[in-house]
Write a protein that binds this ligand. Structure first.
Ligand code: ZN
Ligand code: ZN
Length: 343
């Protein structure tokens, strides 16, 4: 079977991997769509040591969506051909976190993410534990299932933590794949959205996705612009989907008194003056890291039943052979969602 291998320093190639067979509790998924997510770029960009390059490579891709192709022993409730979104974590399956579908919080040393400690979705097939295989609603395509398997559902659950409603104006920082899905979900939840980015192309996509207003933050004036748009008060809620200090601080400072702010953008750092920025403004500041297995089902059902058109945010549909070139384009900051599709 074929799959991508990251080589470090923004290089990747397609190689042959050994075929896999599912052991007890596992199934083999035939991949139908595998999304490229912003957090894949951390591993794509870093230089690899000679030692790292000599190791057996692990296939990247943590937005896997496909169909059951082979079933290992002791698997119940799945059959060949089932359409699956894969929850891309593997844990001990015994602790409270694993038992409630939060394998990413498991403390077992052997816990892993599909894309680093286990093979991910950027190959013709992948092994997945049956407990991580969740039904893709009939109404949704495989590529929308892939988008939901990390990026889109991360936005959905950040918004859910903010308890968003039609009373709210929310400012969403970042109009990449996570932020754009956030624009659509927030609108579907009834809120009015201000989208913030420094790219005109991304802001155009945010407008098309339903944003009420867009804010170009190229000059660093997002806080002032959001306060102007909200009658001098600030946004009722803010979602930060970039992961750098400046936009985190701007998200906090553009949230109104008694408002709510949620961070989903990973990495980087954050320095804040607690008294003026948080305490004296009665701010509720929360973090949100992906979602549980049930959370993935919940986001997919919402997408299907409210007909949230996530597919319109997919700009690049790539074959596996063309994925190394697509990674270069994605890494360079091209707007929109990239997915690798198999026919
Ligand atoms: Zn566990
Ligand atoms: Zn991701």
């Amino acid at each position: 079977m074929r799959g991508i291998r990251f080589l470090g320093d923004r290089r990747s190639e397609i190689i042959d991997y050994p075929d896999d067979e599912p052991g007890p509790g596992y199934v083999l998924l035939k991949m139908r769509s595998s999304g490229m997510c912003g957090s894949d770029l951390h591993r794509y960009r870093v230089p690899f040591s000679d030692e790292e390059l000599a190791k057996n490579p692990i296939r990247p891709g943590h937005e896997p969506c496909g169909e059951v192709a082979m079933i290992g022993p002791d698997v119940t409730g799945l059959k060949i051909g089932d359409r699956i979104m894969q929850h891309h974590y593997d844990g001990c399956r015994n602790c409270d976190f694993c038992n409630t579908g939060w394998q990413q919080l498991c403390r077992w040393p052997g816990r892993a993410v599909h894309c680093s400690g286990r093979h991910g979705g950027h190959g013709d097939y992948m092994l997945a534990h049956a407990s991580t295989c969740l039904p893709l609603p009939d109404e949704l395509t495989y590529e929308v299932g892939a988008y939901l398997a990390c990026g889109a559902s991360t936005a959905f659950h950040g918004l859910k933590k903010l308890q968003l409603s039609g009373l709210d104006t929310i400012a969403i920082f970042g109009a990449g794949p996570v932020g754009l899905a956030g624009v659509m979900f927030a609108e579907a939840m009834g809120a009015r959205v201000i989208a913030v980015d420094i790219s005109g192309e991304r802001l155009e996509m945010a407008k098309a996705a339903g944003a009420w207003e867009v804010v170009d933050n190229s000059d660093g004036s997002a806080v002032e612009q959001i306060i102007d748009l909200t009658y001098g008060e600030g946004a009722d809620a803010t979602l930060e989907a970039i992961g750098i200090h400046a936009t985190r601080l701007a998200a906090v400072q553009s949230t109104r008194v008694f408002g709510r702010c949620c961070f989903v953008g990973e990495g980087g750092d954050f320095h804040v003056l607690p008294s003026p920025d948080i305490i004296h403004r009665h701010l509720t500041l929360v973090g949100s890291w992906t979602f549980s297995t049930h959370g993935l089902i919940e986001a997919a059902r919402f997408t299907a039943r409210r007909q949230v058109p996530l597919e319109t945010l997919i700009t690049d549909r790539i074959s596996l052979e063309d994925a190394p070139a697509a990674y270069e384009k994605f890494e360079a900051g091209a707007p929109g969602k990239f997915v690798i599709n198999w026919n």
